[in-house]
Design a protein around this ligand. Structure first.
Ligand SMILES: Nc1ncnc2c1ncn2[C@@H]1O[C@H](COP(=O)(O)OP(=O)(O)O)[C@@H](O)[C@H]1O
Ligand SMILES: [Mg+2]
Length: 294
């Protein structure tokens, strides 16, 4: 079997290189050759207006570890099977889209207001949105950019003034205003799903920040054997509804111990999970792909 590992040309950090190395190392034991391709290289090939990938170059699958959504969709139009599928990557990339899709599936999530589309960063603000957020959630509440990762675009705002300033600083980028789940302050669960299984989980905690992300200073402990059925089932449901083959699912702790979906990562960084639990998600992902019968 032959696959392409599609990566982003402009992401060169050690963190990503390590991840790609793990995926490539996991390919050979599955009898598979994984060939690395950058999005730039593929767009170069696709520049020819009637370009069709020649039969001898076509891989059996594409492990798409990028968020170049136009490229993902184009590869699917060329009848390639993507892991994860383009629509699933898109649904996770945009936190407001994840929220909407999961809401329709009845998956418990923090109540949210979605920002209306803005064309320009014109310094204008919808006062109704601020008062609605205040009435619905009170303070503090969470503002979350629709596109972001490592906790870097998630803000806890303490009053209406800070809410307005945060919205203004986000400008024309889309965002959500969300109820702050105080019972989960600085604490969440990361469950790694591959196929129809949760292969490992970790509890992430940060005493100094409301965000539990490890990149942001959080600390992880193995939670795989402590997972409840409710937590496992919620993660599997979210992955299914979003059309993913594998994902890192973040869950918050509700005030009565119930689980609340925080977000779903289609391209989760599984190196931390490996360090914490010893479970290598790359091996599970490659096995899932190469053993699928379709
Ligand atoms: N509504 C919320 N209430 C409480 N904590 C939250 C909420 N939303 C996010 N968090 C915290 O912030 C962290 C980052 O948010 P998340 O939506 O996962 O964005 P990112 O993609 O940056 O990881 C979460 O892991 C969680 O600890
Ligand atoms: Mg997260």
């Amino acid at each position: 079997m032959r696959g392409w590992l599609v990566v982003n040309q402009f992401i060169t950090s050690e963190k990503f290189r390590e991840l790609f190395g793990m995926l490539e190392a996991a390919a050979a034991p599955c009898g598979c050759i994984l060939e690395r391709m950058s999005n730039s290289l593929l767009w170069g090939k696709l520049a020819e207006w009637d370009y069709v990938i020649p039969e001898k170059e076509r891989p059996d699958f594409v492990l798409f570890w990028d968020k170049d959504l136009r490229l993902a969709a184009e590869l699917e139009r060329q009848a390639l099977r993507l892991y994860n599928p383009a629509a699933a990557i898109e649904a996770c990339d945009d936190k407001s889209l994840t929220w909407l899709i999961c809401r329709h599936a009845g998956i418990p999530q923090a109540e949210s207001l979605i920002s209306p589309k803005k064309f320009h960063n014109d310094g204008l603000i919808d006062p109704e949105l601020v008062s609605r957020a205040e009435a619905l959630f009170g303070f503090p509440c969470v503002v979350k950019e629709a596109f972001g990762s490592f906790g870097q675009q998630v803000y806890l705002v303490k009053d209406a003034e800070e809410l307005k300033n945060t919205i203004l600083s986000i400008g024309e980028r889309p965002y959500l205003i969300q109820r702050f789940i105080a019972s989960s302050r600085g604490r969440d669960l990361r469950l790694q799903v591959v196929g129809d299984k949760v292969i490992a989980a970790m509890l992430r905690e940060n005493a100094d920040d409301f965000r539990a992300n490890l990149t942001n200073g959080g600390h992880a402990t193995d939670y795989t054997d402590k997972l409840t059925r409710e937590q496992t089932e919620l993660a599997l449901r979210a992955v299914k509804v979003l059309g993913l083959d594998f994902a890192g699912v973040d869950l918050l702790f509700g005030e009565n111990g119930e689980s609340i979906l925080c977000e779903v990562n289609s391209n989760a960084h599984f190196k931390n999970l490996f360090d914490c639990t010893g479970v290598n998600a790359a091996e599970h992902i490659l096995r899932h792909i190469t053993q699928r019968k379709e």
